[in-house]
Design a protein around this ligand. Sequence first.
Ligand code: SAM
Length: 463
Amino acid sequence: MYNYMLSRHCFLLTICLKPRRIAPTAVCSVSCYTGPDADPQLRERRGANKNQVTKRRRKERPSCQPVLDNFDQQYSQELGDLWPSARAVLLDPYSWQYGVMLNRFSAVTGITQILQSQGFSTLLPQNSVSPLLCNDFSTISNSKHQAGKDSPFPPDYISKFPPNDFPLQPESSSHVLPQDLKSEPSLSLPRSTLQCYIHPYPLRFPSQAHRPGQLKQYYLLNAASLLPVLALNVTDGEKVLDLCSAPGGKALAIMQCATPALLCCNEPDPHRRDWLSKTLESFLPPSLTSRVTVSAQDGCSFGQSETGEYDKVLVDAPCSNDRSWLYSSSSQQGEQRLKERARLPALQAQLLRSALTAVRPGGVVVYSTCTLSSSENYAVVDSVLNDCPEAEPEDLWEEIAVPLSKYFTFSHAHPDLDTPQKPSLRPLNGSSSSNPRRLGILVVPQPGRTWGPMFLSRIRRRK
Ligand SMILES: C[S@@+](CC[C@H](N)C(=O)[O-])C[C@H]1O[C@@H](n2cnc3c(N)ncnc32)[C@H](O)[C@@H]1O
């Protein structure tokens, strides 16, 4: 039943033992593409044999012209100079990077060695995971820590290729590298038990197949997906709601950061909820099941049923998924998506309002999307703040963007104001915010830093 988890990367490493460029695949329409572990097409590949998978991978999928035309028109206005290079990244899936988020509930030492030997380094300042914590939780995980035993690679792989002789080398040196990527992560961020490894090149680590009775050791994702979780800053004992939760990447990240008293993962779509449950089951130990629940409500009405119940709420809203939409399977599908796009801001605003009702006075809501579109980002936050006087946006620029600016390219200005790179202090059309930077920050994919798109905004409910 977990055959679909056998990733293209695992297969490539097993068979070819050399890095490969992977052809783009389309993913779900209004959801967040967080990486191979979050790719619904992998689910559809259940039962596909390796040769079938290879054939599909080799077939390049062209981008969808109506979507590209629409993006060109909108994003050249909204992003200015950043758009041509963001466009180039979005149109070159071979340049896309993936982060490897380790699972602190599983034994990860061997994986860490392998990652480091391949040139991966940690994105965040590390707070060591207490062995006691690991032992407590990893009741069904393998306690052997040696590289090769816990590794996703074939058994003789490590001995054939000792760490300094790994066959996986960067494919090309043409990508612009973030400066001093290999140096220590910024110390301005608090130390975290959330461990994510990234590589300066688009090198893919294999997804991990299901191992009966054992927790998965890592989850592959777009590293920008971690930023909303960092902004949420969950601490032990808090009650947390993940309002739009499937497939569960951010819920897993929350559980890497802290042990909340409750994490309610809400997902109304039955198919996606099933996927969410499987993700949680594959990464979290049974001892946590009473703290992590799955619910099936319409997020728009969640706040009415559980008013003021939560310390923290994440709204990782359904949105136009820029990466995925560019690879719509046909022009008609692309056009249909663009038509439906107009309805998204109203849904997103409803979800955000509902979240602000579900959070307790003094608590915080993080709103995020994986689109560059300002009408689903700044405009949604702005409209909700306009009729929610008890909600106050918090500035994430110093807290998140500045310390992580060597890994991600951030934009913070509203499109109506100045250029994206230059913050403006002018008010937004008479809106409640006097500083557009405070409405949120946007990760814009750029060559060598292909993470994103990801918009995030943090709002505190005052009373
Ligand atoms: C961007 S995805 C969430 C990704 C997820 N947070 C993660 O990190 O893996 C948005 C999710 O919102 C769900 N959704 C759509 N409409 C919703 C609604 N009215 N209430 C709650 N969730 C909804 C979608 O089914 C989808 O799974």
